[in-house]
Write a protein that binds this ligand. Structure first.
Ligand SMILES: Nc1ncnc2c1ncn2[C@@H]1O[C@H](COP(=O)(O)OP(=O)(O)O)[C@@H](O)[C@H]1O
Ligand SMILES: [Mg+2]
Length: 299
């Protein structure tokens, strides 16, 4: 049964890849079911009669070697999360043949119930359920995050399954060597940025962004501040009460607001630059822009 599902998925992924190619050329998403735009990737749903998957299109790998390196750090990351008490959603990688040179890969997960994803769950559950959910997220984050292992604790990366709390955002494996060198080739993801900011990003942005995921206090502050974006501000005080048990320098509500304003400005500016870059590539360079971008995000 599983082998059959694998074969079916492989066939469906080829179709999805064709549709993505079309969408990138025409700017229309007609035959794609988009589940979510993360800040750097796009998540699509694939459904058949037997099964349903969420697939995340990774940036194109230029060589077999680049893909092998990514695959290694990807699976090490899943293992490291599990060892640290953060259970990842079942995740694997699938190569899709495409006409383009390079290796196109998708991260494949089971399609999760949209109502159980962090933000939706917190909007509909009881206060006690919500508190337990946040308590688990905070505890998992506080115990897992360290200079070697990073994670993005934002609510949208967690899901409440029947088997318990699971973590789903695994395509940016945040593992570092003992000396602090990221094991992931960050260039891969920097490639998604417009050329104008790429050099800058390489120099400071990526390091800075990644740094915050390796610091317990930053990860918890990010989780709390992001509740503004999710329109779940009422949950900030109870969350801070939980989070502040794990940090020596207490996080305040004012700090969350200031952090959120700054963060929202940075991501909006980045998205604007990416849209400009896309326009430039379409109209001046006359070539498709290789990433799907979100429409307007409410911040
Ligand atoms: N397995 C899944 N099932 C259903 N929806 C998903 C799944 N994985 C991701 N999503 C949706 O897509 C969003 C972005 O996915 P994520 O893996 O966090 O990517 P990013 O690294 O871009 O944030 C999630 O917040 C969620 O809403
Ligand atoms: Mg995410």
């Amino acid at each position: 049964m599983e082998v059959q599902a694998d074969r079916e998925l492989a066939t469906l992924l080829v179709d999805v890849e064709k549709s993505v190619g079309r969408a990138l050329r025409t700017g229309r998403l007609d035959d794609l079911e988009v589940l979510g735009y993360g800040e750097i990737s796009c998540v699509l749903a694939i459904e058949s009669k037997q099964a349903a998957w969420a697939v995340k299109r990774l940036p194109l790998f230029e060589s077999e070697e680049a893909f092998r390196a990514y695959r290694e750090v990807f699976f090490d990351y899943l293992q490291a999360l599990s060892n640290a008490g953060v259970v990842p959603v079942d995740s694997t990688l699938q190569v899709v043949s495409s006409e383009e040179p390079g290796i196109q890969v998708y991260c494949v997960q089971p399609l999760l119930d949209a109502r159980r994803l962090g933000p939706a769950y917190l909007k509909t559950c009881s206060f006690d359920e919500g508190l337990r959910f946040l308590e688990e997220i905070v505890a998992a984050t506080a115990s897992a995050v360290d200079p070697r292992l990073g994670l993005d604790a934002q609510l949208s990366n967690w899901v409440q399954t029947d088997e318990g709390l699971r973590y789903l955002d695994v395509t940016t494996p945040m593992l570092r060597e003992e000396d602090g060198t990221p094991r992931l080739d960050t260039g891969l993801f920097v490639a998604a940025l417009p050329w104008a900011v790429r050099a800058l990003a390489d120099a400071l942005l990526v390091d800075q962004i990644l740094e915050q995921y390796h610091d317990r206090r930053c990860a918890l502050l990010d989780l709390a501040a992001n509740l503004h974006k999710e329109r779940l501000q009422d949950w900030i005080p109870p969350l801070l009460e939980l989070a502040n048990q794990y940090v020596s320098d207490a996080i305040t509500e004012e700090e969350c607001s200031a952090y959120y304003r700054r963060d929202a400005r940075m991501w909006s500016a980045l998205l604007l630059l990416r849209r400009l870059d896309r326009t430039w590539q379409h109209h001046i360079r006359r070539r498709p822009y290789p990433f799907l971008l979100p429409g307007s995000i409410e911040r």
